[in-house]
Design a protein. Sequence first.
Length: 81
Amino acid sequence: MRTVGYKLEGTIENSAMIANFKDIEIEIAYVAGNGSDISSETIKIFETVRAGDSNEFSIKVNRPDQTESFRYTLRSAVGTK
C-alpha cells in the first residue's frame, strides 16, 4: 500500500483456497519524521475478495501534512462462502 496525496492505494490479496472475504477494515497510523505517531484512522473497504484472487483499491484518507511515513494493520474481515 502507498499514500498518494490524500489517497491510499493498494491491492488486497486473498490466499485462502475456499473462503471469500468482504468488508475489510484497516487501521492506518500516520508517522512524523521524528518517528512519533501523528494520528490514526480506520477505513473499511466494502468489496468482496474471492478465494485465490486480489482486488485493487483506492480510497480517500485524512493524511496530516506532517506525515513522513505510515503503517497499517488489518483489523478485521468478514468471511463468506
